[in-house]
Design a protein around this ligand. Structure first.
Ligand SMILES: [Zn+2]
Length: 286
């Protein structure tokens, strides 16, 4: 089960991994906490009448297509996108939105989904949200609380039979070393690196998240599916944007994995891992 804040996050974080596990015959469910109602139209070609005024419907259609491409099941939990607050100081998130409401409702909804789907492995974001959006930080808090509560028969007794998730992972997408290796590959080819500015702006003092990575899942065969799924979120993704700047063959050759951090486990495993299900079979709890 991959828990995400907004429609499109499932296609930009760990998408190759979910597509791979689904293709290998596992049931994979993406759970999206909010409807993405406050997403801006980030693709100029989609900023046309008939799109902006039916944004939440458009995002549902986009999400259904992305799930189809990734080969995963999908569930909406129905909370309201908080939007990305901008300004200094930051304005409060809108009343009633996902990041503004008490944790209890979202935790219960996710506990219900976990007890029904009974996943062995759950992925979410780290305590910083992986990206400083209030809904992403909230996604972390809700998932971690639901991991504990789903297993506890005294919590939410009306939300199904208790279920112990065996492992929880954080997605780690922003790996500086990955871009450095891409840059080296461009230098070797005598070509200009299209993301050089991005790399220059990257503050090294943030530290490299690679230090936190415990698990690298090879999924380069599924990068085309990942990109197609992301492009299905046509209002959110500029096909000429930086995500698609580095050609797939370079990505597949230089960095064929996606990165995760094992945050919680109820099974024995050894680090580093190359499989999110490492230790699950051996535990006899599959
Ligand atoms: Zn998001």
């Amino acid at each position: 089960m991959a828990v995400h804040a907004h429609p499109d996050d499932e296609s930009s974080k760990g998408a190759g991994t979910t597509a791979r596990y689904a293709a290998e015959g596992n049931r994979v469910r993406v759970v999206t906490l909010t409807g993405g109602e406050r997403g801006d139209i980030l693709n100029p070609a989609m900023d046309v009448p008939g799109v902006r005024d039916r944004m939440s419907e458009v995002r549902r259609e986009e999400m259904a297509e992305a799930a189809r491409i990734l080969g995963v099941e999908h569930e909406w939990l129905g909370f309201v996108d908080s939007g990305l607050p901008e300004g200094d100081p930051l304005p409060p998130v809108p009343e009633g939105s996902f990041a503004a409401i008490p944790l209890d409702g979202p935790v219960e909804a996710l506990v219900r989904s976990i007890r029904e789907f009974r996943p062995h492995v759950v992925t979410t974001y780290d305590e910083n949200g992986g990206y400083p959006h209030p809904d992403h930080i909230r996604c972390h808090e809700v998932t971690m609380a639901a991991y504990e509560a789903a297993a506890d028969p005294d919590r939410y007794p009306d939300a199904g039979e208790p279920w112990e998730v065996l492992k929880v992972y954080y997605n780690h997408g922003f790996i500086r070393k990955r871009l450095l290796l891409f840059q080296e590959e461009y230098e070797r080819r005598g070509e200009e690196f299209p993301m050089a500015d991005w790399l220059k702006k990257w503050k090294t003092e943030q530290g490299d998240l690679m230090a936190r990575v415990t698990t690298q899942v090879t999924c380069s065969d599924y990068f085309p599916q990942r990109d197609d799924a992301l492009r299905a979120h046509a209002t959110q993704i500029d096909p000429n944007g930086s995500f698609f700047a580095v050609p797939l063959d370079i990505q597949q050759k230089v960095w064929p994995t996606e990165e995760f951090e094992l945050a919680k486990t109820r099974v024995t495993t050894s680090i580093p891992e190359s499989d999110l299900f490492a230790g699950v079979e051996e535990s006899g709890r599959r």
